[in-house]
Design a binder for this molecule. Structure first.
Ligand SMILES: [Zn+2]
Length: 115
């Protein structure tokens, strides 16, 4: 995946920070860091996962092309895809490793759920 595509996945910035500020954050929370992605940890095969479309819990691939959520029991013909990417970023103030989560579930297909 190229950097530009990656940036397109993450849509609305919440707070723009430089890395120096981000590193000194005492409180965890969403923030947007304006920095250059220098590397994506591709050794981590778990950079995306399939999630329940009702409650967002991770679902395991099950029989055939059906997914059943262990939490809410919802059955899907297709699961939502959520991203969890580990990247290295840098700017003028430093560099850091980040875990990126997509905040909006990407729908793999339209609403043809099986209930
Ligand atoms: Zn569920």
């Amino acid at each position: 995946m190229h950097g530009q595509e990656l940036m397109n996945l993450i849509k609305v910035p919440i707070f723009v920070k430089i890395i120096k500020e981000a590193l000194s954050l005492v409180q965890e929370g969403p923030c947007w860091i304006s920095a250059t992605i220098v590397a994506i940890n591709t050794t981590n095969k778990d950079w995306f996962y399939k999630a329940c479309r009702r409650c967002s819990k991770k679902v395991e691939p099950s029989i055939g092309d059906r997914y059943e959520c262990n939490k809410c029991g919802h059955t899907h013909s297709c699961a939502a895809l959520r991203f969890k990417m580990e990247v290295m970023v840098y700017d003028d103030t430093g560099s850091m490793s980040l875990l990126l989560w997509d905040r909006e579930t990407t729908q793999l297909c339209d609403d043809d759920e099986i209930t």
